[in-house]
Ligand binder design. Structure first.
Ligand code: ADP
Length: 668
């Protein structure tokens, strides 16, 4: 896949001067024209929302009209050629064309005329769209491929979605069946859950921005109004959106502010529109739409019947008070999702209702629902009270079998892919990882590679004379002292010997509760960007992580009462996370964010390699810890204080495991 190129800042001389077109402020022109008979040019900045009805309505030219058809071959700065194909569609800001690369792969190029980027604000907005979109990777989000420019246009190269959007589907179908909408909703919700977990609010969710990929999976696109909230409790005040989809609190503007719940509102509008055939607050006059939204004045028309379960969910989604709207996870617990659920979206859906959907059995529907959720990246506990289920499950599964010594044979799972170790040591309130995927991988490879190289070098030089000044200073490292692998349900929990407790959840995010502190760290995984580390107060946890915190606490209690420690407590010197673990029948391997590797062997001896392979620590079954320069241990053939059975073999196993990581990852 092509690597994204930074968009060059545009200067005025680069801009094509093509007349004085005033950029649209705030509100996007709607593509959903069948729903917006009145062209909308903006929403006033403060309530009451009023567009002077007596002002003559002057039809403004769409900014996308400035977009010239790209040349038949567009060459990027680094010499890649893309052949322009058919016109795909037009929004308020951009026109979209097919582009083919040298290998014949087809993409969509969202093309923005430089002439339409005439002021700093518009430029900043476009750069923000690119930055946000580039940072996202999810099965139900249009994949960002690359970004480049020529003299007249900026091109955002995207995964192609050749089957148009839900808007066109609804136009053709007039109404969509409940089973199909259930399937759509799960895919949309999966993508929104992902966005919100990364503090991104889309703010322009609508049928026209949700596209079908070649396999008929839904993909959310158009991040032109998306925003990253600096913290969970901050709010946005810009009035923006598409009239039919705007949430009431957005119309409240500067007084109320808005947050993630605006996307939940939009889910309600889309669900209603698909099932009933038109959005709930639809009116000819935009002002009437806003008045209806502010009073949540809508009805379920008798001639377009929908199920009671659907009505219940829609009513809750369209709650006037944003806090009364269900959370993403709560939405999926509504009874409506228990109805017939298909295994996929068939191409036939583009033109008519596929037959037989109403007859899908309860069991099959439940299986399809679970599979669709998991493909959309949604891992939800089956029970509303995860702690209860966890407790009983642990008891029934005989907790002793989960002790660190029980290394389940043939189990070679690899959890978590990426953490950028250099930044994790810091305890900023919020740490952004701006490194892209390749840099992060490179960094991890570097650590594995350096450690492997050092171990190999020391083995060769063990017969040489030791210069004592060259020996590394060895202090005991931070170790994992207890762990519970509960990844079949929630994740992998561990306690460090500084008493911090972490859970590496199955969605690859981590929560680390700092011992004796009033804070906990949330480590959020971004496939492209690395990780974001957010420090939160235990006393005011963000609502989304409350359940996860309960799970951490439960694991903490469980580990304290059931598991014995590997080592005695160390003082808290640094913040360390488990970034990945792998299990084989002989050992469990932990890769820590400070670059250390810990191996717990089946015979209850543990070895940790630190200082990029220069230092080695042994933790005996009786918890005696000794750390020495690796060269000394290699020279002696064993640890000086207490002998380790098959010491050199163990060190070799460690070296080979690290080597495999180094070479496997670098070829990835
Ligand atoms: P704007 O920011 O101007 O609203 P959009 O991102 O909505 O632009 O794109 C404009 C139009 O281009 C869409 O309505 C659609 O017809 C087409 N389009 C956008 N992205 C894709 C894509 N990934 N694949 C195919 N067509 C697309």
């Amino acid at each position: 896949m092509s690597r994204a190129q930074p968009l060059q800042p545009l200067n005025n001389t680069q801009l094509n001067n093509r007349g004085n077109i005033t950029p649209i402020k705030g509100v996007r022109r709607s593509k959903e024209n069948q729903f917006d008979p009145v062209p909308v040019h903006g929403v006033p900045a403060a309530p009451p929302v009023a567009v002077a009805a007596d002002k003559p309505k002057k039809k403004k030219e769409k900014l996308s009209a400035l977009c010239k058809t790209p040349p038949s071959i567009v060459r990027t700065r680094n010499g890649r050629d893309y052949r322009r194909g058919n016109f795909l569609g037009e929004g308020g800001f951009a026109r979209c064309f097919q582009m083919k690369d040298a290998s014949g792969q087809i993409f969509a190029a969202k093309t923005v005329a430089k002439a339409s980027i005439k002021n700093e604000k518009t430029k900043t907005k476009l750069l923000s769209e690119i930055k946000i979109h580039k940072s996202l990777k999810h099965a139900n989000i249009v994949n960002f491929i690359d970004c480049f420019e020529d003299d007249v246009n900026v091109y955002i190269l995207l995964e192609i979605c050749p089957n148009q959007s839900l808007m066109e589907l609804l136009k053709t179908r007039k109404r969509v069946s409940e089973p199909e909408v259930r399937y759509f909703m799960v895919q949309i919700i999966g993508a929104i859950k992902y966005l919100h977990s990364r503090r991104v609010i889309h703010r322009d969710l609508k049928l026209g921005n949700i596209f079908f990929d070649p396999q008929m999976n839904l993909k959310i696109g158009d991040f032109g109004l998306a925003s990253v909230l600096p913290s969970l409790d901050s709010r946005k005040y810009t009035i923006c959106g598409t009239p039919n989809y705007i949430a009431p609190e957005v119309l409240g503007g500067k007084n109320t502010g808005h947050s993630f719940e605006v996307d939940i509102w939009a889910i309600g509008i889309m669900m209603y529109a698909l099932l009933v055939g038109k959005p709930p607050f639809q009116a000819k006059d935009v002002q009437v739409i806003y008045e209806r939204i502010k009073k949540t004045e809508y009805a379920f028309p008798a001639d377009k019947p929908i199920s009671e379960e659907a009505k219940v969910l829609i009513k809750d989604l369209l709650s006037l008070n944003p806090l009364n709207r269900p959370t993403i996870d709560e939405i999926l617990n509504y009874d409506w999702f228990k109805g017939p659920f298909p295994d996929k979206t068939y191409e036939e859906s583009l033109v008519s209702t596929p037959p037989g959907f109403g007859k899908i059995s309860k069991t099959q529907s439940s299986i399809n629902f679970t599979n669709t959720k998991s493909s959309a990246g949604i891992y939800t506990p089956k029970n509303k009270n995860p702690v209860e289920i966890l407790r009983s499950d642990l008891q029934s599964e005989q907790p002793k079998s989960l002790l660190p010594q029980s290394l389940s044979p043939n189990d070679t799972r690899n959890k978590y892919e990426e953490v950028n170790p250099s930044v994790l040591g810091k305890s900023n309130r919020r740490v952004n990882f701006n490194s892209n995927y390749s840099t992060t991988i490179k960094r991890l490879n570097q650590i594995c590679f350096e450690t492997y190289q050092n171990m190999r070098r020391l083995e060769y030089s063990k017969h040489e004379q030791i210069v004592s000044e060259e020996l590394p200073r060895c202090e005991n490292p931070i170790l994992i002292s207890k762990w519970v692998d509960y990844s079949n349900k929630y994740g992998f929990s561990y306690q460090l010997n500084n008493d911090d407790i972490g859970v590496l959840f199955n969605d690859e995010n981590t929560i680390l509760k700092v011992h004796n502190g009033s804070k906990f760290m949330e480590l959020i995984y971004h496939e492209n960007e690395g990780w974001t580390c957010i420090e939160n107060s235990i006393h005011h946890p963000p609502s989304q992580v409350k359940r996860q915190l309960e799970i951490v606490d439960f694991f903490a209690k469980y580990m304290n009462s059931n598991l014995s420690k590997v080592s005695e407590n160390e003082d808290r010197k640094e913040t360390v996370f488990l970034r990945r673990y792998s299990r084989t029948s002989d050992y469990i391997m932990f890769e820590m964010t400070n670059g250390n590797f810990q191996f717990n062997f089946k015979d209850h001896h543990k070895i940790c390699v630190s200082k990029s392979g220069l230092a080695i620590t042994h933790i005996s079954p009786s918890r005696i810890i000794q750390t020495h320069p690796l060269i000394l241990v290699l020279k002696e053939g064993n640890f000086p204080v207490e002998e380790v059975p098959e010491c050199l073999e163990k060190i070799n196993v460690i070296k080979e495991a690290i080597k495999r990581k180094a070479f496997k990852d670098s070829s990835a």
